[in-house]
Design a protein around this ligand. Structure first.
Ligand code: FCB
Length: 443
């Protein structure tokens, strides 16, 4: 493999998944704390109370990143750690944590990419309507003001939102993520305010951070028709509309895709759709999280939510039952660069969960993850050869962590976490990644 010399190699995490989130630490409650403490919502009743205890172990974790050779690290800020009720008074000790983390990264020559919102909305704001409330745009903008003012002298790389599709639809339509609502109208309102707040936050980042480099992260998936029939092709286009174009068109063109506006009209009542033009503030890059493709079959549901992810017979799956399909990464990178005016692309997440063996002699042998990563790196390399302006890659995840509704049952890390002792143990994949980074960055 040969990647451009200035290609950035990194790994990603998110606040609620690793930090340890107890209100006793001075942070305000967030929606994932409430949701995970609600019986029946998360597997085994797992919560993020302790998680990887990264709040206390961040220095050890940064040392490990350095050991792997990571050039960059993507993490998110917990809104309610900085502003316990989401607005108003700043918790200085919360902000201090990120201050120390950033300093530690820079001391170790690791460039931070900071995500402002990776799903942990302050519960106080949810109690006030959350992202359904149009005021959420101002709440997020003001929060962005606080964080960029505090860290913007050292952090240049900013991501406004992580995967607004998941926030809107998993959280508010399917109810499998916090806040656990099942209300399609709410989901579209949430998506609308997330998109607008991306634009307003971009403006704040530009104002507060000299030489800022900023964008948004979307979970994109290429959608392929199951057969060549016109009906399946149309269904694939609709599925692409819901997951991809519903977010890409506002960010790059300031409008919603007309075909989906028509199909979803019953859920869009009362929203001023034209306001989404505020989302189209020029970005420096687009972050793409890639995990799977969609194979779409025309069925009765006209909304495109009927896609079946794959024909599971004989298909290679991860422990999440997600199909392993590296070509999809190639396709989504190439197609997105073709269809939208992206200046640069980053894979801001890609990785896999596997049921892997216990550590032996201090290493977890995760051959499947090594193979998964190898094949996805190759797909990324092929996309660059086709002209996709891909500038970096963040493996999900640096550590095993709290996998949302799956709790601790799914391990995505290239580093194993023994949750009983909080010991970090390398997996073979981190040693493999270390070699890749070394080879690709050798001068
Ligand atoms: C993505 C999330 C990330 C992680 C991976 C597996 O959707 O952004 O936090 O849970 O999935």
């Amino acid at each position: 493999m040969t990647f451009p010399k200035d290609f950035l190699w990194g790994a990603a995490t998110a606040s609620y998944q690793i930090e340890g989130s107890r209100t006793e630490d001075g942070r305000g409650e967030c929606i994932w704390q409430r949701f995970s403490h609600t019986p029946g919502k998360v597997k085994n009743g797992d919560t993020g109370d302790i998680a990887c205890d990264h709040l206390n172990r961040y220095a050890e974790d940064v040392a490990l990143m350095r050991e792997i050779g990571l050039q960059t690290y993507r993490f998110s800020v917990a809104w309610s750690r900085v502003l316990p009720t989401g607005v108003g008074t700043v918790a200085e000790n919360g902000l201090d944590f990120y201050d120390r983390l950033v300093d530690e990264l820079l001391k170790n020559n690791i460039t931070p990419f900071v995500t402002l919102y990776h799903w942990d909305l302050p519960q106080a704001l949810q109690d006030n309507g959350g992202w359904e409330n149009p005021d959420s745009v101002k709440w997020f903008t003001d929060y962005t003001e606080v964080v960029t003012k505090a860290l913007g002298d050292r952090v240049k790389n900013w991501i406004t939102h992580n995967e607004p599709w998941c926030v809107a639809f998993l959280g508010n339509m399917f109810g499998v993520h916090a806040p656990g609502k099942q209300d399609a109208k709410a989901a579209f309102a949430v998506a609308h305010h997330l998109l607008i707040s991306h634009g307003t936050a971009m403006n704040v980042i530009r104002q507060n951070v000299a030489d800022s480099y900023a964008g948004i992260t979307l979970n994109l998936a290429p959608k392929y028709p199951e057969t060549d029939s016109d009906a399946d092709k149309k269904a694939a286009y609709t599925a692409d509309g819901i997951q991809n174009r519903w977010f890409l068109d506002p960010v790059y063109k300031g409008v919603y895709p007309a075909d989906i506006v028509e199909k979803a009209s019953e859920y869009l009542d009362g929203l001023d759709l034209s306001a989404v033009k505020q989302a189209a503030v020029p970005t420096d890059f687009l972050g793409i999280n890639y995990y799977m493709r969609g194979i779409v079959r025309a069925e009765e549901n006209p909304m495109g939510f009927n896609e079946k992810m794959a024909d599971y017979e004989g298909v290679e799956l991860t422990a999440m039952d997600w199909e392993v399909y590296p070509d999809g990464l190639h396709d989504i990178l190439v197609n997105t660069a073709r269809d939208y005016d992206v200046k640069a692309l980053y894979v801001t997440e890609n990785g896999a969960a596997y049921d892997e063996p216990e550590p032996i002699n201090g290493v977890v042998e995760d051959a499947k993850r090594v193979s998964y990563l190898q094949r996805h790196f190759a797909a990324a390399e092929a996309a660059i050869a086709q002209g996709a302006p891909l500038k970096g890659y963040f493996v999900w995840s640096f550590l095993d962590n709290f996998e949302w509704a799956e709790g601790y049952t799914k391990r995505f890390g290239i580093t194993y976490v023994d949750y009983a002792t909080q010991k970090r143990i390398p997996k073979r994949s981190s040693l493999f990644y270390k070699d890749v980074i070394k080879a690709q960055t050798a001068s």
